[in-house]
Design a protein around this ligand. Sequence first.
Ligand SMILES: NC(=O)c1ccc[n+]([C@@H]2O[C@H](COP(=O)([O-])OP(=O)(O)OC[C@H]3O[C@@H](n4cnc5c(N)ncnc54)[C@H](OP(=O)(O)O)[C@@H]3O)[C@@H](O)[C@H]2O)c1
Length: 329
Amino acid sequence: MLAAQFSSFGRPDAVIELVELPDPGEPGSGEVTIDAELFPINPADLLNLEGRYGTAQPTLPQIPGAEGVGRVAAVGAGVSHVKPGDRVLLPGPGAWRARIKAPAKAVSALPEGVDPKQLAMLRVNPATAWLLLHEYVAPKPAQWVIQNAANSGVGSCLIRLAREIGLKTVNVVRRAELADELRAIGADEVLTDGPDLDERVRTAIAGGALPLAIDAVGGSATQRLARCVDDGGTVVNYGALSGEACMVDVRDTLFRDVSLRGFWLRRWFGQTPPERVGALYRDLAARLGDGRLAIDVEAVYPIRRIKEAVAHAARAGRKGKILVSFDKP
Ligand SMILES: NC(=O)c1ccc[n+]([C@@H]2O[C@H](COP(=O)([O-])OP(=O)(O)OC[C@H]3O[C@@H](n4cnc5c(N)ncnc54)[C@H](OP(=O)(O)O)[C@@H]3O)[C@@H](O)[C@H]2O)c1
């Protein structure tokens, strides 16, 4: 069975290796086996390969991957809620392998007729966008939300989800040419990042309320968002694309009561009842199915080209996610 694995930390495309591992065998009682179809390469995977992800270093060697999609190959005794052939999310971590054996309770059947490329990205980005919008400030219709890295997978989901509930979005990017495509999916304002961001935001929102900022970048970018929110507003940091610690000036924390919070999807899973997790994913899968949510894909690589795929995912200026497929012979 093919898998992608790393045995040391370093530049992601240098340390990832294609390996042949033993097949996991038949599922035992209460287990399933799943044949993987597709997985995305997320920024978190790249950080993991560099040894910069999470709160503790993983033990090596490790198979990366927090998500993907596949079909049930076989079910063990006592498993009736899924059957061979059902499409399911790949249980993570360790999703970058051709066949996975897992507890059956970790999977449920996904709807048929939905683009598997979109379903492969269901677990991480759509759920993150939904939770960032709903779990902190819950802005009211006609209020504004500001986010950076707005053309990312999370950012594009957030634009669509915000529009559905009547929120307006200020979308901060680092490439001006993205404005038209983000407006086409529902962005109200698109601005390039820069030292005068707060002045340009004030002009754009013309006195509207802006209680929530969503930060994927960290470093001084966090500060620029903090400067934009209302007094008493909240900045939620959920990424570290700059590789730097979040900065927030005392002029904002002390004199304007701006708070900095953090969001990590894995932590949310650990704190949330399974029924609520299941309900959210059924709702988000339906949105991917009818096009209310969609994440752009720039390229799909076969697993045999995992090094090229990882190098591509690490490039700036992509037009969408990089996916990897397990071609069937
Ligand atoms: N906390 C959580 O649970 C959680 C869950 C999901 C995602 N995330 C984080 O959310 C962020 C976005 O993830 P994604 O999967 O949506 O990303 P993605 O679709 O792979 O897109 C990457 C985005 O990052 C931007 N970017 C890269 N380096 C940057 C930098 N130094 N400064 C500013 N922008 C930069 C890119 O801009 P260009 O297009 O201009 O290159 C692009 O918009 C990542 O940090 C990821 O780790 C966190």
